[in-house]
Ligand binder design. Structure first.
Ligand SMILES: Nc1ncnc2c1ncn2[C@@H]1O[C@H](COP(=O)(O)OP(=O)(O)OP(=O)(O)O)[C@@H](O)[C@H]1O
Ligand SMILES: [Mg+2]
Length: 501
């Protein structure tokens, strides 16, 4: 059995992981850690939920081990396309960093500048950032990236998508010459070529299970549904037992669907980039705690976000991009768990859906579904809604502008750490994540909220919830699970639209 120490992870980290129940490295960690710790540029592709965060986190922490940073001159940088994801990554890194005399700061929009500036001023070695706020701070002279030795691009294919490229390039150009670069994603495909050519030196690629999502862990179904029964079907599905995430295309669509579900008695929250950061944080926290077992979200929640025990992903609006399909779907069946993914498509979308599923390299069943079909309950656990309207707590946070533009990927993110700890089957336990403060990121396809923007900032982040353990042994992390497989792989097309998430 390979241990974290065998892979080059420094002893205090390996010990902390083992104390938190992370007894064995996952395949993507086994594949990438030795090269990454040796200082090589790495392209790491592993399926959604396969443990890529710890793969790059342990590499950078092992390499920096106890190093000190000068004021305003961090040594390592992790870039995330969304605020929520940045928070989650920071929540994983932060407790582990303390084990090796390091610290990290979250630099993201939608939260106050104070803490971020203070940490930089004190000389924080690790920065986890969304591009927009980081550039903002660079332009203000609050951060100088010339000492950066390790840069990680999480969701690298999304980061290299058009909307992010100028910001990412500006950031990479500002980092130290000859520094190490690590690119990770479940869909690390040719979209990153330009970045790789320009910024990576002799990179080594590690793809764990490069085909699509392994059938079996994730069950894929496409329901062709008459438009007039869609809402009723979603209310039945939303009344199931278990945690369900429903993805829609637009912010307005998310609000509308949530309102319809609530009217039928479904406790549903919403997460999209049109909400104030505080409200987004609350929505994600309520979803994690089980207060609202249904979350209606745009693609802002599609990339990287880990919430325990999401057993069903519904594409309430069918995606058009296979990568969107894979990342949305990947919110379930994480870390070796299993889960179900259902796409509700219109009757006239049959050809389109078959093409999309093929490009996403998954196997799915295609069914003409009606609310009376017993298969609906069998596949999704759908139940009759109570019919008693459910009222969400009144939101005091001011609402941001809402748009009905379609919402692409990761929009601005925004909440605390994800997940609660819960021991998983086969004796694995522990989890990542932990604190993490909130704020909004940006999104692919969707609102790239963290595109550089004058005077960004505003909302407030907050410590992530999550009551579990972290790999560093601190309360507040997300749970782990058993080794996830590592499919993912190339998923066809480029994000075509850049809608608001
Ligand atoms: N070696 C390990 N042992 C047990 N659990 C682990 C291990 N590595 C990671 N995990 C857990 O697996 C879960 C998924 O990890 P992570 O979020 O890093 O996946 P990912 O590959 O980045 O997925 P995505 O592509 O969706 O971003 C987390 O809860 C994490 O704590
Ligand atoms: Mg990830």
């Amino acid at each position: 059995m390979t241990s974290f120490s065998d892979l080059g992870v420094v002893r205090p980290l390996a010990q902390a992981l083992s104390h938190s129940g992370f007894s064995e490295p996952f395949p993507i960690q086994i594949a990438t850690l030795p090269d990454a710790i040796a200082g090589r540029d790495v392209l790491g592709r592993g399926r959604t939920g396969s443990g890529k965060t710890l793969a790059f986190a342990l590499a950078l922490l092992s390499r920096l081990d106890s190093r000190k940073a000068k004021r305003g001159k961090p040594l390592a940088l992790v870039l995330s396309p969304t605020r929520e994801l940045a928070m989650q990554i920071n929540a994983t890194i932060s407790p582990l960093a303390r084990k090796v005399g390091l610290s990290s700061v979250l630099i993201a929009g939608g939260m106050p500048f104070g803490r971020q500036l203070q940490a930089l001023e004190h000389g924080v070695p690790i920065v986890v950032a969304t591009p927009g706020r980081l550039i903002d701070l660079m332009h203000r002279g609050a951060v100088d990236l010339s000492d950066i030795e390790i840069t990680v691009l999480d969701e690298a294919d999304l980061m290299s998508d058009m909307g992010f490229m100028p910001a990412v390039k500006e950031i990479l150009d500002a980092t130290g010459q000859g520094g190490q670069r690590l690119l990770f994603s479940a869909t690390l495909d040719k979209d990153v070529d330009a970045l790789v050519k320009k910024y990576l030196r002799d990179p080594i690629e590690h793809a764990v299970e490069s085909a699509g999502i392994a059938h079996g862990e994730m069950d894929h179904h496409v329901f062709f549904v008459k438009q007039e029964v869609r809402d009723e079907m979603l209310a039945k599905i939303g009344s199931r037992q278990g945690r369900t995430i429903m993805f829609v295309r637009t912010q307005r669509g998310a609000d509308r669907l949530a309102e319809k579900l609530q009217a039928k008695g479904v406790a549903a929250g919403t997460l999209h980039g049109g909400k104030a950061q505080g409200a987004r944080t609350k929505a994600l926290d309520a979803f994690k705690s089980g207060k609202t077992p249904v979350l209606v979200a745009t693609n802002v929640a599609a990339r990287g976000i880990h919430v325990d025990d999401i057993s069903l992903v519904i594409h309430a609006d069918a995606p058009t991009d296979p990568k969107d399909y894979l990342h949305r779907a990947g919110r379930t069946a994480r870390a070796g768990e299993s889960g179900t993914v259902v796409t509700l498509a219109r009757l006239n979308q049959q050809r389109e859906m078959k093409g999309l599923i093929k490009k996403a390299l998954v196997e799915a069943t295609f069914t003409h579904m009606d609310v009376a079909n017993p298969e609906l309950a069998r596949i999704t656990g759908a139940q009759e809604p109570t019919g008693e309207p459910w009222f969400p707590a009144v939101e005091h946070a001011p609402k941001k502008r809402r748009t009905s533009r379609p919402g692409g990927h990761a929009g601005e993110g925004g909440s605390g750490a994800v997940g609660r700890h819960k021991p998983r089957h086969k004796g694995r336990s522990g989890g990542s994540g932990s604190s993490g403060s909130g704020s909004g990121g940006s999104g692919s396809g969707g609102e790239r909220s963290d595109r550089p923007r004058k005077g960004s900032g505003g909302g407030r982040g907050r410590a992530g919830n999550g009551s579990g353990k972290t790999p560093g042994g601190r309360p507040g992390g997300q749970p782990s699970g058993k080794a996830g497989g590592g499919s993912s792989g190339k998923a066809g097309g480029k994000p075509r639209h850049k809608p608001k998430a």
